[in-house]
Design a protein. Structure first.
Length: 348
């Protein structure tokens, strides 16, 4: 895992050196292809690599089986075989889609993750979860497929639209709130600099989030225990995303999900009132939403939350830390969530 300004150029050099003669398939959405993908693929070619750029239309609504099939058809036309390397250059949608493409192409070829959105840098690019959405289920079909390497160039964040940048900050807050009180304090102290995209601060924060995620994933790669703490906010967030018809960004849904899940836990005496206040204030300071937008029907959120795929034996579960930066002890950080009794009243 390499984090730093200018690491995109290092990634090119490393790929050319380590994969001479193999086909490097760079996958990007159309927007990232325009900004970085074409130049990236050209640099690979200039370095002597065989490379192709495959693109798809940007947005969560394209993280589908249909897009994956189209990319597979392209791989056939490009003569890609078992020695192909997939390079996911883009946000979390690209990482999940291209990662899943690599996981199943010829029963699995290597994937290199080059995240260009903040959300992908601090979360999606590392950990090996890859997937596409179905109409009724976020990330419903996918595979665990660990990246061969991850390259996070914070300079790419200069071109990220403000709304997407802020959405990425939600996953930073989640990581800190779940696992690192010191990081949470840093975010509180430097919220204004973070809004300004101070690059030195971003390098530090991205590196810290990746280190935390790497540690958690190494301890529980298949998400059967402690890794579930990284789902803080996500049980509610996935329902919110669905209920908004994917108009809400994933990170925006996570911000609201963090607050609602922490409020459920607080009502049960399982999360301190003071920490709930700190969480809400930090999210607001970072320009993130903390309550249900008016355009989203509470009934849809409840219906989708009930169907959440983390449902085990008919029980929806959610994961909230014991307090800021401190996960609950024990092998399973999740608790049952009674959607009607615990969540529905908070949405009214
Ligand atoms: N696999 C995991 O562990 C994991 C973890 C968290 C989230 N996710 C997934 O990540 C996805 C959300 O990721 P996202 O928010 O990055 O969405 P995204 O990939 O759609 O990117 C958001 C937008 O930003 C644009 N963009 C990306 N980088 C840019 C740059 N440098 N400059 C300009 N524009 C840029 C994209 O074209 C897109 O329009 C969701 O599908 C979510 O499920 C996966």
């Amino acid at each position: 895992v390499v984090v730093g300004s200018g690491s995109l150029a290092l990634a090119v050099r490393s790929l050319v050196r380590t994969h001479a003669g193999r086909l490097l398939v760079v996958v990007s959405d159309a927007r990232v292809a325009r900004l970085y993908g074409r130049r990236f693929a050209e640099s690979l070619a200039r370095g002597g690599a065989r490379s192709r750029l495959l693109t798809f239309p940007a947005g969560e609504r394209r993280k589908t089986r249909e897009t994956k099939s189209r990319l597979e058809d392209r791989l056939v036309r490009e003569g890609a075989g078992r020695d192909t390397i997939v390079v996911a250059l883009g946000g979390g949608v690209t990482g999940d889609l291209a990662g899943f493409l690599a996981a199943t192409w010829h029963r699995g070829v290597p994937v290199v993750q080059i995240p260009t959105s903040l959300l992908a840098m601090v979360d999606a690019a590392l950990g090996g979860k890859t997937a596409v959405d179905l109409p009724g289920g976020k990330n419903a079909v996918g595979a665990f497929h660990q990246p061969e390497s991850v390259w996070a160039d914070v300079r790419c964040l200069r071109t990220l639209p403000d709304r997407d940048y802020r959405a990425g900050l939600a996953e930073v807050v989640k990581t800190a709130a779940a696992l690192d009180a010191t990081l949470f304090g840093l975010l509180e102290a430097r919220a204004a600099a973070l809004r300004r995209r101070d690059e030195r601060l971003l390098e530090r924060i991205v590196a810290r989030c990746l280190a935390i995620k790497g540690r958690v994933v190494a301890a529980d790669e298949r998400d059967s225990g402690p890794r579930a703490i990284l789902n803080f906010g996500h049980t509610v967030a996935h329902a919110l995303e669905g209920a908004s018809g994917f108009r809400l960004r994933h990170g925006e849904a996570v911000a609201i999900g963090l607050v609602l899940e922490a409020r459920v836990a607080r009502a049960r005496g399982a999360f301190p009132e003071r920490d709930l206040g700190r969480l809400e204030r930090l999210l607001v300071a970072l320009g993130l939403p903390t309550s249900l937008p008016r355009a989203i029907a509470a009934g849809d959120v409840v219906r989708l939350a009930r169907r959440d795929k983390k449902t085990r034996g008919g029980v929806v579960r959610y994961a909230v830390p014991a307090r800021i930066g401190r996960p609950r002890t024990g092998p399973d950080p999740t608790e049952p969530l009674d959607v009607e009794r615990d969540l529905a009243p908070l949405l009214a």
